[in-house]
Design a binder for this molecule. Sequence first.
Ligand SMILES: [Zn+2]
Length: 225
Amino acid sequence: MSKRFPKPEITLDGIYSKFADESFCKDFLLDIRFEKGFACPFCGGSEYRRIRSRHLLRCKFCKADISATNGTFMHRAHIPLRLWIVTAFLIMSNKCSVSAVTLMRALGVTYKTAWYILHRIRKAMKCREELYLLDGIVELDDTYLGAPTHGKKRGRGTEKVKMIVALSKNAAGNPEYVKMSDVPNLKGITVGRFARDNIRPGSKIESDNARSFQETVGTEILPCF
Ligand SMILES: [Zn+2]
């Protein structure tokens, strides 16, 4: 008997159909770019006039015209907006990373263009990730990635890739956001650096490794059960 999979809410075919028209893409991206309110990237002004024929917003203060891509990672790339959106969908819907070769075949573009799109999107994702720190209740732990090994060291002495994972939880204990990083070792200085880069000072940290992480992070760490 074949296994039944739930029907996905969004499909690649649906994305291609919805974003077939470049004008629609411009308006769509413009809307989501300023969905929390307009802020002129040039003067910070908050009032604008929409110029629908050109798919722009004109700042009422400095008169600058702001497009969907102006000042973003897509600016002056001369690549159809549809391709950026399809690529974002492919990245978000694949557990494994999307390679430039895969993207080249999926989009029907050159390898150079596929690599460029991926590079720009990954760089933007990294910048956005660095803006945020986990806070509140944060569960901090180490883990290992790699195939099972036989007859080799286990635990912290393993030859597998060592990872530190931090998961923030809301007051009800439900997971909210996660950050993780591969690290060369699990020494105190390494864990401390990870904590400083990813967790807001004053957060309540829970960990199975409370004792070892306690010395490291220098903040309150509660055992996690
Ligand atoms: Zn302005």
